[in-house]
Write a protein that binds this ligand. Sequence first.
Ligand code: UDP
Length: 248
Amino acid sequence: MKQVVKIMGIPFPKITMDETLDKLSRVIEQNNSELYHVVTGNPEIVMACQHDRQLRSIIDEAGLITADGIGIVMVSQIRGGSLPERVTGCDLLFKLLEEGNKKSWSFYLLGADEATSKKSAEVIAQTYPNVSVVGRHHGYFKPEEDLEIVNEIQSLAPDFLIVALGAPYAERWIHKYKDDLNARVAIGVGGSLDVLAGKVKRAPQLWQKLHMEWLYRLMKQPSRWRRQLILPRFAWKAIFYRESNSSN
Ligand code: UDP
């Protein structure tokens, strides 16, 4: 694995979007039976790991952690570790669909409401005709339904299992069933299917370039303000965090 930068104890590899894509392409080509779990690590996950040992061990066992959010990248830069760029779940999903269109990859979509899930599959069929969505299920199911969904995914054996159940529930779900899913790669992508389906609008490029995507999201979905309060707390704690075994 490449050099890592620790953010509050969580080791983020110094990996760009292109390198992430290369890595995942190789995982698909290798066709290992073991599921490769990609965690898109945002400040909420990093903060939750400080008191949640179970979540921390899930993150430690994952194949790859990417920097989901400019907050993670900026803290790394302030601390002198310099993660190269954001690799968000949403960007990664779009890149995987582009690459998958060239390489005929298969996807299973789990999560979001039924209309969004259906629309996402339609958008993929129209925009990425060589990608096959081999199955999908909305994300509002009861725990008793887990096994049925796991069995379905297992029988369909997708290259990518896209889990849009929100973090860190998606990470827990993937980890719980990782030995039974029979997918090559599984990724928790937050609300990305909402974006793919056009239910939620992504911040315009300029806002993203100015690192103001969080503000745009807050303006569009003011109900998120409580969740976003974690960002300044994360920044403060992460900048001054004392790593016990720092590799910055
Ligand atoms: N979601 C779901 N089942 C649930 C709760 C949420 O499928 O029980 C979906 C929700 O519809 C949305 C996504 O999970 O598509 C979470 O989006 P959010 O933007 O809150 O996630 P974040 O990117 O912040 O992790």
